[in-house]
Design a protein around this ligand. Structure first.
Ligand SMILES: [Zn+2]
Length: 87
């Protein structure tokens, strides 16, 4: 997948980094470990290039911010090698 210019301009893992106008919020992910830290995790998708982004809002974590997450990409190499080839 190729990122559009707006997505390419996003600075990942930086608290307070701005997103862009074509990001569509898919809603908030609720998780206990986030609630305990009073952090929020919001999921976005880009209307322009279809990139998936996570935005983590956590006052205690200076690296909380934008993260790319490509859920559309199938896992190419599932980690199922548990020694099945022992024979
Ligand atoms: Zn984009």
């Amino acid at each position: 997948m190729t990122l559009c210019e707006d997505c390419a301009a996003i600075v990942p893992n930086q608290a307070g980094a701005p997103g862009h106008a074509n990001l569509i919020s898919l809603g908030e992910v609720r998780a206990l470990h986030l609630a305990r830290r009073r952090a929020t995790h919001e999921v976005f998708t880009c209307a322009e290039c279809g990139a998936n982004w996570d935005y983590l809002r956590d006052k205690r974590d200076p690296t909380a911010g934008w993260t790319r997450c490509d859920r559309s990409t199938p896992a190419a190499a599932p980690s199922t090698d548990k020694g099945e080839r022992a024979a």
